[in-house]
Design a protein around this ligand. Structure first.
Ligand code: KIV
Ligand code: NA
Length: 265
């Protein structure tokens, strides 16, 4: 099984074959998802929430993401590994964004980076691609801008749809290989998907995107909280793990564990 490359994703779009993408933040999950045939794994800045316990993605730093990027890229054989540029690591200038992306590639072993934002970042995207770093865009609801957007709200409704299409086209023209569309009306996402030659990756953006992404803890029911509408839970890992821990605790307290088969003499 050969490494997934950005041109493979474009070919899937041309053939009309939807593909899945998941986040991953450590070696076991990266290996499991790679073996399950997930072609793209993202070390999202959602690690802020899922790994580090922050209540937004704003505080997480590149130094906090880098060890997770290294763990995931060391643990996959086939998946294309994409790392998020976190808030504060690329907004200041093209130079700042390039230095940050280079760290994710060189120190982290990522194969590509993702950044939030539209036309404003076209020069950075172009410079990165020119310098050997594939870029995935991210439009619609962009969590790093939640304080400007006024919380978790659907983006790209009404006149916002035209702006979203313009941003997506600008990213494509700058050389981006794919664009995430987050919390966008299905009609708008369909329009963007039809206008772009590069794949769209939906999260809360309806069935017409070229690909679908979820945060793995949401997808597998590891996250106990109320899930957003766009999440489907494919397992109840929180339940399974909670039960395992409860049983371990009970068996230690009652002396059932360790049994004779777990003991050295
Ligand atoms: O950080 C993240 O997990 C993401 C995906 C939800 C697209 O950006
Ligand atoms: Na993200």
């Amino acid at each position: 099984r050969k490494r997934v490359r950005v041109h493979h994703l474009r070919e899937l779009k041309e053939r009309g074959e939807p593909w899945p993408m998941l986040t991953a933040y450590d070696t076991f999950t990266a290996r499991i998802f790679d073996d399950a045939g997930i072609p793209v794994l993202l070390i999202g800045d959602s690690a802020a929430n899922t790994v580090y316990g922050y209540d937004s993605t704003v505080p997480v730093t590149i130094d906090e993401l880098l060890p997770l990027v290294r763990a995931v890229s060391r643990s996959t054989r086939r998946a294309l590994v994409v790392a998020d540029l976190p808030f504060g690591s690329y907004e200041v200038s093209t130079e700042q964004g390039m230095l940050s992306a280079i760290r994710l590639m060189k120190e982290g072993g990522a194969h590509a980076v993702k950044l939030e934002g539209g036309r404003r970042y076209a020069p950075l995207v172009e410079a990165l691609v020119d310098a050997g770093t594939p870029v995935m865009g991210h439009l619609g609801f962009t969590p790093q801008s939640e304080h400007v957007l006024g919380g978790y709200r659907v983006q790209g409704r009404g006149v916002g749809a035209d702006a979203l299409v313009e941003d997506a086209l600008a990213l494509e023209a700058a050389g981006a290989f794919a664009v995430v569309l987050e919390m966008v009306p299905a009609e708008t996402a369909k329009r963007v998907t039809a206008e772009l030659r590069i794949p769209t990756v939906g999260i809360g953006a309806g069935p017409d995107c070229d690909a679908q992404v979820l945060v793995w803890q949401d997808m597998a029911g590891m996250n106990r909280g109320k899930a957003p509408r766009f999440v489907k839970r494919y397992a109840d890992l929180a339940g399974v793990l909670g039960e395992a821990a409860t049983q371990f605790g009970a068996e230690v307290r009652s002396g059932v564990f360790p049994g004779p088969e777990h003991v050295f003499h």
